[in-house]
Write a protein that binds this ligand. Structure first.
Ligand SMILES: NC(=O)c1ccc[n+]([C@@H]2O[C@H](COP(=O)([O-])OP(=O)(O)OC[C@H]3O[C@@H](n4cnc5c(N)ncnc54)[C@H](O)[C@@H]3O)[C@@H](O)[C@H]2O)c1
Length: 404
């Protein structure tokens, strides 16, 4: 890249790389930074290290045309985007050390009127905390930078479309920062851009995922009550949803993934006394997975008592939701582990049609597993599973509504 980059993108993962490619497509020079040298090397060769439709072509073209370059170190630019991970630590507390490290790396490069934006999912107050840090280290820049927060809400698998078309919430630490960030995003984004302040924008991202978590917890709680009350929960929810103002979500074997199962903790960690429902929803959704594993255990023992032999067991699905290969924070994976910990010489068939191999589980083809198992445990409603013809001699534990 001969031209001075306008944008430095720190973190070239599932969100940073597609965003960098989108900005570069608009003929803006992007200097992408990642601490992982393999990521840098792969991108500079015009390739990608993650799976996301249409991203390969976008990155290949951006690199070929000289609008995207990856590097281990940042360089001077006008806009800095922070898109690094924000995992949680022990005791479910958010870890913003990656955001701090990324900010430290660009600190010496900042100059008057630059735009600094955090996109990483962050606890409330992170943007202001980074502002205070920047101004304490670079006091001559005090109030001369534009500092904002703009969360990402794309759906993996449809990122290249949603990056452009989703609405975005943009919150600056002051009006000038909000306006500057809005002008920046309006170059690439066709969705509506909604202005607010940094704290509200941070909270908005956390609330979107907490809202889903709480609603799923309600459905999961109903599934526990219905099991005891001998009522089919799927049928019950269908009927209740006939009410014009009721819309209950579907229960499952828990809640997983790197957003819904994680982000509510960012609120609970900072506001434990106030976030009663949000915290309880996390507990209920986690408990549902534990309950499923217990249910497998009791069903297994009942089979043994009745038939005088151990059942063979098929565990159907490991991903955190249907039709994907992502196992991050997956309740199905947790249940499979728990069931195997309780194993007592039964034969197990672990199934996940969306991945070839797994470093812990020996995988079996789904049709073979269903054919051989006495007890079939559905954890994830993958499309393949819905087409299976299951003999009524088998015992089925349906935790995800496969037969509904
Ligand atoms: N993936 C999603 O669907 C999604 C959706 C919405 C929000 N988010 C949020 O976006 C943020 C990024 O998520 P992601 O999925 O892209 O993560 P990721 O793990 O895919 O990518 C992050 C990248 O940042 C790099 N990195 C870490 N520290 C760095 C540093 N100090 N300097 C430079 N590079 C560094 C890592 O090597 C990695 O390549 C997170 O806060 C996440 O919660 C993700």
């Amino acid at each position: 890249m001969d031209k001075k980059p306008s944008v430095v993108m720190i973190g070239l993962g599932y969100i940073g790389l597609p965003t960098a490619a989108l900005i570069a497509q608009n003929k803006t020079y992007v200097h992408g930074v990642d601490i992982n040298p393999k990521v840098v090397e792969t991108i500079n060769a015009g390739n990608i290290h993650i799976i996301e439709p249409e991203l390969d072509v976008a990155v290949a073209n951006a690199v070929k045309d000289g609008y995207l370059k990856a590097d281990i170190n940042p360089v001077e630019a006008d806009t800095y985007l922070i898109v690094v991970p924000t995992p949680f630590k022990a005791r479910n507390e958010p870890d913003i050390s990656f955001v701090e490290a990324a900010t430290k790396a660009i600190l010496p490069l900042l100059k008057e009127d630059d735009l600094y934006i955090i996109e990483s999912t962050s606890p409330i107050g992170t943007t202001e905390k980074m502002m205070d840090f920047i101004y304490s280290e670079r006091p001559e820049l005090k109030d001369k930078l534009n500092i904002a927060y703009c969360p990402e809400r794309v759906l993996p698998g449809n990122v290249m479309y949603e990056l452009v078309h989703n609405d975005r919430v943009i919150g600056g630490v002051d009006e000038k920062s909000t306006e500057k960030a809005l002008a920046f995003y309006s170059q690439f984004i066709k969705g509506n851009l909604h202005k607010t302040n940094a704290r509200t924008a941070e909270m908005c991202k956390l609330v979107e995922n907490s809202s889903r978590d709480v609603q799923i917890a309600f459905a999961n709680e109903l599934s526990l009550i219905c099991d005891k009350a001998n009522i089919n929960v799927w049928n019950l929810i269908d009927l209740a949803n006939k009410h014009p103002r009721v819309n209950i979500l579907q229960p499952g074997c828990g809640v997983g993934g790197h957003c819904i199962a994680v982000d509510p903790y960012f609120i609970v960690a900072d506001y434990p006394m106030e976030s009663k429902i949000i915290g309880k929803a996390r507990e209920i959704n986690n408990y549902k997975s534990f309950w499923c594993a217990e249910k497998v255990q009791t069903t297994k023992l009942e089979f043994e008592l009745k038939h005088g032999r151990k059942p063979s067991i098929a565990i159907m699905g490991l991903a955190f939701k249907p039709n994907i290969d992502d196992l991050r924070e997956s309740p199905a994976k947790y249940i499979a582990q728990k069931v195997l910990q309780n194993a007592n010489n039964e034969e197990y068939f672990i199934v996940e049609p969306n991945i070839e191999t797994h470093k812990v589980f020996k995988l079996t083809n789904y049709e073979e597993a269903v054919q051989k198992a006495d007890l079939i445990v559905f954890l994830v409603a993958h499309d393949e599973f819905k087409k299976l013809n299951i003999s009524n001699k088998k015992i089925v534990l349906d935790f995800c509504g496969i037969s509904k």
